[in-house]
Ligand binder design. Sequence first.
Ligand code: SF4
Length: 168
Amino acid sequence: MFKIYEVKAKSVFHKTKIPDADWGVNYYRGCTHNCIYCYLKFLCRWRKQKEKWGEFVDVKINAPELVAKESKNKKGVAILCTGGDAYQPIEKKYQLTRKVLQNLNTNLRLLVLTKSNLIVRDVDLFRRFKRCELGLTITALNESVKKVFEPLSPSSHARLDALKKIKG
Ligand code: SF4
């Protein structure tokens, strides 16, 4: 079980040190894919609540409005989503990634890296960007091995199918 917190953010567009990116867009904090090696677990330190990584998601519900304003005059490379997977399961309900893409400045070069085949849903929006790079992580083709490292993310085969669809 995990908890969802709807919050209002002051800002979602920020400078990032992630290689090859200039800007990060941060609208989900937390990720229920709960990979054992997740590099974002340190984000728990800045929360009042005590849930562990994988047990919560803070949903910045005003992100679409903020990203429209904050990305308007920006140049360079923007990466989604720097606080959790942009296509983790709650994206089906909130569609925050989709709304952020609708409002993001399309002159930016877009980077998205996910572990979910849900990314296929937004192909129509990726086409609006002048430059766009999409990636799906495949850690292990053996599903039993995959489940050890990434227990709650979609299967590797679903991701491979998604790659084929995006490419086609
Ligand atoms: S999908 Fe990415 S953000 Fe989510 S738990 Fe796994 S490594 Fe962390």
